[in-house]
Design a protein around this ligand. Sequence first.
Ligand code: FES
Length: 203
Amino acid sequence: MSDDPEELTRRTFVANATLTLGGIIGLGLAIPIAGALAPSTGAGTGRWAPLDDADWRALQAATEKPVQISFKLVGKDAYLPVGESAAFVWGIKTEMARFQKARPDVYDGSKSDLPYAPMAMGFALFSPVCPHLGCSVNWHDDVERFVCPCHGSQYDAQGAHVAGPAARGLDPLPLRERSGVAEVMWIRYAPTIADRLVVSYIS
Ligand code: FES
């Protein structure tokens, strides 16, 4: 290796440039990854979406049976491009005391672990995303349970986990009414674990 001062200066420049470029690339990758993985709390981060009016009225007329309620996701989920897609939640009509008793994974007594009300106006909305590994659950009238087609996790009508590998019950989502329109906020929680850690909002 040459000890020529000019050669040393050139090698030092190349080494520094490489380190700087690597740092910029690493930072560029680290920021979105950290943003995607960092859990956040609160229901104020996402965007409210109006529920399909006919489905909402069907839920209001429902008795014990959960109702599938459509809405449109408009926004950006993690790295997906901004766009609009059809989505749905499951809704149930229930009573506070009954729901609190049925969902110890959501309530500690009468206090909820979630940073928003898990039920509102006498209804609870559940994400259809199975908390095990993310397949969509469906309601089965014959067994009166939500059943996941992937690995068989099952949930009762209140969303409580009753069978299969999932570590928690179905995730309640924020519900509100504005100017006569019912709205939901879409939140995706981390799979496989008992705690609810936010993975993404639509925002
Ligand atoms: S994804 Fe639902 S049981 Fe595995």
